[in-house]
Ligand binder design. Structure first.
Ligand code: 4AD
Ligand code: MG
Length: 449
């Protein structure tokens, strides 16, 4: 029998969570949750109950329960709130491996008009009802994978000697180009911008702590309506003092492999719900292929020549989504493209000493068409060079004085990267659109709920 617990002066049976049922075989337990589905067959009801940790099928025999229990459950609608008491019985055919033989139940709230039904709904309808859509099995599975991605990132970096040093959200200037800034009225007429990246602050904390990371929401007023873009997304950004482009690539492949291993181990059930083909995740072990931008361009041209790509790629440009997909399809594992033309990269990138037109930057392109999941590289160390770049990019010099101090006092080679949590989660889940990888997505045309 389950024990009783005191809470607020009320004695009530202790709750058992559905994902813990294996520890209670043969025992009577109390589940607290919501009705997911209800089937009936004559004198038997089969309520499926979810409680946030899982889903279990219950069996209610009319003759085995009090008449008021039968009446309360019969005809109950989806998402009614209820507690169920019953015995745990192993059943090989049951989804979680167990069923509950119901002895009693309490309905806290009867619901009959839950808007999301098992029939197909359009995406816009589901997005309008995101606050409820989160309860569905698939959304639940995706957000559990996200949770594990975040957990994996943190334990990977923490165990590797990185110190968490979060960066501010309100910033006085751009980090990743002025075209995607969200402007905010600060005080007394001063403008602030929502951060695009914590990197510049990471460079300061890296000089204080050696290896650091920040992990928080970042914002881009991106007018792109693609399956890879959010206007608010979470980014983890490690930064290392005395490090180079090469170190960034090594850290990237180690971190991504660690994330995949953790997801495979901790979220096997969820990957099944998502029907994720796991073999591609299993093969995710270092080293990942490293391809120079020049070589990537050669491959894209070849792709055009064979008719796989519509347009001919010109050296000097940034890759579009079809280019990234074509390139990553040439490899099993994620692909690291390095030494991009500096002209398509941010102002702070260090240059290749042999070829000044190239930046010591890298993009990690995920396989299966997921595109860029990581962007990073080595930072410029020269004060004069940075001053020039700040001017060239039309950035306000005075807002970068503190940043230039980092070059005035103990400037050393340093490097880092940023990984978008949502892009990584979409890839791990094998789903089409990143809007499902964050509880409440913010998109070009969506600010609600
Ligand atoms: O390549 P990005 O712009 O790099 C930076 O911001 C660097 N300052 C990071 C650093 O070196 N510390 O962005 C990094 C990653 C991308 O690879 C992508 O995964 C994600 O952030 N990202 C987005 N994710 C969702 N929606 C968007 N609009 C995104 N823009 C970038
Ligand atoms: Mg990038």
């Amino acid at each position: 029998m389950a024990s009783e617990s005191q809470s607020g002066g009320i004695t009530r049976p202790q709750q058992t969570y559905i994902n813990q049922l294996s520890k209670h075989v043969g025992q009577e337990v109390t589940l607290r949750g919501w009705l997911y589905n209800l089937r009936s067959s004559g004198k038997i009801l089969f309520p499926q109950v979810r409680d946030g940790t899982g889903l279990v099928q219950c069996v209610l025999l009319k003759n085995a329960v009090a008449p008021e229990v039968w009446d309360a459950l019969k005809g109950l609608g989806q998402e009614s709130a209820l507690t169920i008491r019953g015995a745990v019985r192993p059943d090989e055919r049951a989804p979680g491996g167990y069923e509950i033989d119901v002895t009693s139940a309490d309905v806290l709230q009867e619901v009959h008009d839950y808007p999301i039904t098992p029939k197909e709904h359009g995406v816009e309808f589901l997005m309008d009802h995101r606050h409820l859509w989160l309860r569905s099995r698939r959304q639940h599975a995706i957000l559990k994978v996200r949770h594990t991605v975040v957990q994996a990132v943190r334990s990977f970096l923490d165990n590797d000697g990185f110190t968490l040093c979060d960066a501010p959200i309100f910033t006085p200037a751009a980090c990743e180009g002025t075209t995607t800034l969200f402007e905010v009225d600060y005080f007394e007429g001063e403008k602030a911008y929502l951060t695009q990246s914590g990197q510049l602050y990471n460079e300061a904390t890296a000089a204080a702590f050696g290896k650091v990371y920040c992990f928080g929401p970042t914002f881009r007023a991106e007018k792109s309506k693609t399956r890879r873009h959010l206007t608010e997304f979470w980014m983890v950004e490690p930064e290392m003092a005395y490090a180079t482009l090469d170190d960034v690539m090594t850290l990237s492949e180690r971190m991504l492999s660690y994330i995949a291993a953790r997801v495979l181990e901790d979220r096997a059930e969820e990957l099944k719900v998502l029907e994720r083909e796991t073999s591609r995740l299993e093969s995710l072990v270092p080293p990942f292929p490293r391809v120079h931008y020049d070589e990537a361009v050669r491959m894209l041209r070849e792709g055009h020549a064979t008719g796989a790509l519509e347009s001919a790629f010109e050296w000097g440009g940034d890759f579009g989504a079809p280019d990234e997909t074509y390139l990553s399809n040439q490899f099993e594992k994620p692909l690291m493209v390095h030494h991009y033309p500096a002209a398509v990269k941010a102002f702070y990138m260090a240059r290749d000493p042999e070829r000044n037109e190239l930046a010591l930057g890298v993009d990690v392109l995920a396989p299966e068409g997921y595109g860029e999941v990581i962007g990073g590289g080595e930072r410029a160390t020269s004060m004069d060079f940075l001053k020039e770049q700040i001017e060239l990019h039309e950035l306000p010099q005075e807002a970068f004085e503190w940043y230039l101090d980092l070059r005035r006092y103990g400037s050393v080679p340093h490097a880092g990267f940023g990984m978008g949590v949502e892009r990584c989660t979409a890839w791990m889940c094998g789903i089409e659109h990143i809007r499902e990888t964050i509880p409440f997505p913010r998109l070009l045309y969506r600010l609600r709920p």
